[in-house]
Ligand binder design. Structure first.
Ligand code: BES
Ligand code: ZN
Ligand code: ZN
Length: 491
């Protein structure tokens, strides 16, 4: 997709004009209406379109409008046209015409600030994401026809420079979505690590630890998850040094289970294919580090990814096994399908011990129980620090991601006490399954300020409610954490 800023409409088959609530034309709308002899107001008058967000109306045969077709895009309340409303309007302009057969779309944003015009370009880019590298026989009429979007801006230079940091975020979200979309026969731990290693081109430092190195460090709970797989487990350590030399870093840790069969506690076959995206936490951390480097964020940040494949095998761990974690705590593995917490236990311990961070935030598609609790459009936040939790919760709504804070009450600690080891990896029965998982993780944080984001509900969507998020891999968490870092930890 080619997206560029232009000084005036023209030369494209379709022109998108924004309409606010109350059928108020924005920008060039009123003028184009006059030039077309009132074609726009006649069409809107006969339609149900009011200007509400999500509505659109095609008006064909608009000679005099600089385009064959005008598409009116509902942009909602004109007095509350904030960043998210602008993104929705830009994304919806693309969606309204993407299958029309036209190749070029102009979006009128000349009446908006250069920053807002840039945000429209950013939204079109996010909305037009597709993972189609494995589709070889798709009929042309099913593919989006739009290949070029031109955003009319009042100041092209200013819009271009406002787009730079947004483009860095968009590229990072795309990187994260690609990782999540890839099937597990392609994206196994070493391949994930290889793709992350390539991020060194952005100025990130990337170390990859293999099984021998993790063995030396005593990371037995992580290694136990991967021991039933033919694919070697990996730990990726990503560093961004954009802050002052010696300044304490902030740290992000991702669950990267490249495929989760459940192991010996094997999952039912129905829906098991979804478990290719059980690395969504690691993909979000990778995307975040990509974004921080891409926009040269003034912060020191660490990303740690625990990359494994959870398979049943003659060498797989068994229910009832006791494993010694890097922290020294012993873990009784009651259920091999509660593997994410085993991976994170060592990854969190390693992160705090090596980097002494200000805080750690882990992201993980950790529990099906999170989906039961919050439904598919909210992720859970569990934290021992109001400050860290509040910073996540303040950033998320600004970028269109939904989080809800969950409790981690100590009265449930007894549910994960083991008869024969220090802790067991599941609670008693299914009650509070996401909470007992968070309590388990907390035992491996060594008291460092920490938040755990359970993104099981949101890492993948088949029913997106956000026009900048196509169905499939969401890249969930990248934008929230990037925004949180920008708002609370830079400079
Ligand atoms: N990866 C799953 C959680 C999951 C389920 C993510 C559905 C996304 C969609 C995790 O490893 C898991 O299997 N958790 C178990 C825990 C149980 C054994 C205590 C679960 O949620 O059932
Ligand atoms: Zn599992
Ligand atoms: Zn899992």
């Amino acid at each position: 997709m080619k997206i560029e800023f232009v000084a005036a409409a023209g030369a494209c088959e379709i022109l998108a004009l924004l309409v606010h609530d109350g059928r108020q034309f924005a920008g060039a709308g009123a003028e184009v209406d006059t030039r077309t002899g009132g074609a726009l107001s006649r069409a809107i008058g006969k339609s149900r379109v009011t200007g509400a967000a999500g509505q659109s109306l095609n008006v064909a045969g608009t000679s005099g409008a600089d385009a064959d077709t005008v598409v009116l895009i509902g942009a909602g309340d004109g007095g509350a046209f904030d960043d998210l409303a602008i993104e929705a309007a830009g994304a919806n302009a693309y969606h309204a015409v993407k299958l029309s057969g036209a190749e070029c779309l102009t979006i009128d944003a000349a009446h908006l600030s250069p920053e807002q015009a840039a945000r429209i370009a950013f939204a079109v880019r996010l909305a037009s994401y597709r993972f189609d590298k494995y589709r070889t026989t798709e009929k042309p009429e099913k593919k989006p026809s739009i290949t070029s979007v031109r955003v009319v801006a009042s100041d092209i230079r200013a819009a271009e420079s406002a787009l730079e940091p947004l483009a860095a975020v968009a590229e990072a979200v795309e990187f994260s979505r690609d990782l999540v979309s890839e099937p597990a026969n392609v994206l196994y731990p070493a391949e994930f690590a290889r793709r992350v290693k390539e991020l060194e081109r952005l100025g990130l430092g990337v170390e990859i630890l293999g099984e021998a190195e993790m063995e030396k460090l005593g990371m037995r709970t992580l290694l136990a998850v991967g021991q039933g797989s033919r694919r070697e487990s990996q730990l990726a350590v990503i560093q961004w040094k954009g802050g002052a030399e010696g300044e304490q870093p902030i740290a992000f840790v991702g669950k990267g289970v490249c495929f989760d069969t459940g192991g010996i506690s094997i999952k039912p076959s129905e829906g098991m294919e979804d478990m290719k995206w059980d690395m969504g936490g690691a993909a979000a951390v990778s995307g975040l580090m990509h974004a921080l480097a891409g926009r040269k964020a003034k912060v020191n940040a660490i990303g740690v990814l625990g990359l494994v494949e959870n398979m049943p095998d003659g060498n797989a761990q068994r229910p009832g096994d006791v494993v010694v974690s890097m922290s020294g705590q012993t873990v009784e593995v009651i259920n091999t399908d509660a593997e994410g917490r085993l991976v994170l236990a060592d990854a969190l311990w390693y992160t705090q011990e090596r980097f002494k961070p200000k805080f750690m935030i882990d992201l993980a598609t950790l529990t099906g129980a999170m989906i039961v609790a919050l439904g598919l459009d909210y992720a859970g936040v569990f934290s021992n620090s109001d400050e860290v939790a509040d910073n996540v919760l303040a950033a998320a709504p600004k970028v269109g991601e939904n989080f809800w804070r969950m409790p981690i009450p100590s009265i449930y600690e007894k549910h994960i006490d083991s008869q024969i080891a220090d802790v067991k990896n599941v609670g008693n029965g299914r009650a509070g399954g996401s909470i007992t998982a968070a309590l388990f993780l907390q035992r491996f944080t060594n008291g460092v300020p920490w938040a755990h984001l359970d993104i099981a509900p949101t890492a993948w969507t088949n029913k997106s409610i956000n026009p900048t998020v196509p169905d499939g891999a969401v890249g969930f968490g990248v934008r929230t954490l990037d925004r949180m870092v920008a708002d609370a930890y830079e400079g």
